[in-house]
Design a protein around this ligand. Sequence first.
Ligand SMILES: Cc1cc2nc3c(=O)[nH]c(=O)nc-3n(C[C@H](O)[C@H](O)[C@H](O)COP(=O)(O)O)c2cc1C
Length: 168
Amino acid sequence: AVQTNQGENMNGSKLLIAYFSWGGNTKHIAEKIQSQTGGDMFRIETLTPYPADYNETAYGIAKKQHEEGTLPPLKDNGDVSQYDIIFIGTPAWWHEMAPAVKTFITSNDFAGKTIVPFITHGGGGEYTIHEDMTKLSKGANVLKPLVIFGDGNSHTDDEIKDWLKQIE
Ligand SMILES: Cc1cc2nc3c(=O)[nH]c(=O)nc-3n(C[C@H](O)[C@H](O)[C@H](O)COP(=O)(O)O)c2cc1C
């Protein structure tokens, strides 16, 4: 569900921070972005939750979904219609965005909107997630992603501040 804050700033644009997070890293970064922008928050969650066990999730379900290109159903597809700028956060899962994020993007209309990706990873970096989001979100302007290893470090707040300059 959408948590409403002021939701509006950055020259009157309405901001949404949508993210998927299994282990908490991407959630942590989403919260940092929220505290600097005041955007509304939306947590992307699959209808069937992933198991808490790493191997079961990573090598079982997520790997299979990656190989088969599955779009897992979500608890709530969200609604981006009232927003101008949508931050989309994902962990790198098997060299791409998490399947739930694909479902979120393909079940919303991003035409004419701005997407600002943020990615957390375990050492592999951003892969082709920027290009993949551009292809999936037909008609959106997809800006430069923020790319964070794990849940960040003591420079992360400054990095977010610099990265946000592209939308000011
Ligand atoms: C299913 C799964 C697949 C992953 N695949 C990759 C990968 O391909 N490359 C990488 O650098 N890290 C990979 N990781 C590590 C995560 O991207 C990293 O820990 C991320 O920060 C997790 O975000 P979260 O805590 O919000 O879920 C994977 C983790 C999981 C659970």
